[in-house]
Unconditional design. Structure first.
Length: 117
C-alpha cells in the first residue's frame, strides 16, 4: 500500500482545510487509517483514526469537535476535515494505514498545515 497525502496549506485561525490521502491497492480497503502530525521540536502525535470500515473514529482531545476523519473505500481515500483551525494545529500532517493487529506500517509523505493567528 502506498499513500499520497495532499490538501495542506496556509490558513488563518478559524479557517478550514480538508486533507486527503489517496491509497494505491485494493488492500487499503481492509486497513485501518489514521492521521498523525508533528510540529517542530515536538514528537509525532496521533490526531484521528478510523477502522477499516470507516467506523469508530477516535480523536485527539484537542481536536474533538473540530476535526472529522472519514474513509471512503470506494475511492481508496481517507480524509481529515479540519474546522476552526488554531495556530497550535500547525504541523506536518501524515496519513497512515494499519493492517488489523499490526503497527502503523504504511505512511504518506506528509503535508504541511500552517495556521496563522
Amino acid at each position: 500500500v502506498q499513500l499520497q497525502a495532499s490538501g495542506g496549506g496556509l490558513v488563518q485561525a478559524g479557517g478550514s482545510l480538508r486533507l486527503s490521502c489517496a491509497a494505491s491497492g485494493r488492500a487499503f480497503r481492509s486497513y485501518s487509517a489514521g492521521w498523525f502530525r508533528q510540529a517542530p521540536g515536538k514528537e509525532r502525535e496521533e490526531v484521528a483514526t478510523v477502522t477499516w470500515t470507516g467506523s469508530n473514529p477516535v480523536y485527539l482531545d484537542s481536536v474533538k469537535g473540530r476535526f472529522t476523519i472519514s474513509k471512503d473505500n470506494t475511492k481508496n481515500t481517507v480524509y481529515l476535515q479540519m474546522n476552526s483551525l488554531k495556530p497550535e494545529d500547525t504541523a506536518v500532517y501524515y496519513c497512515a494505514a494499519q493492517r488489523v493487529g499490526q503497527v502503523w506500517g504504511y505512511w504518506g509523505q506528509g503535508t504541511q498545515v500552517t495556521v496563522s493567528s
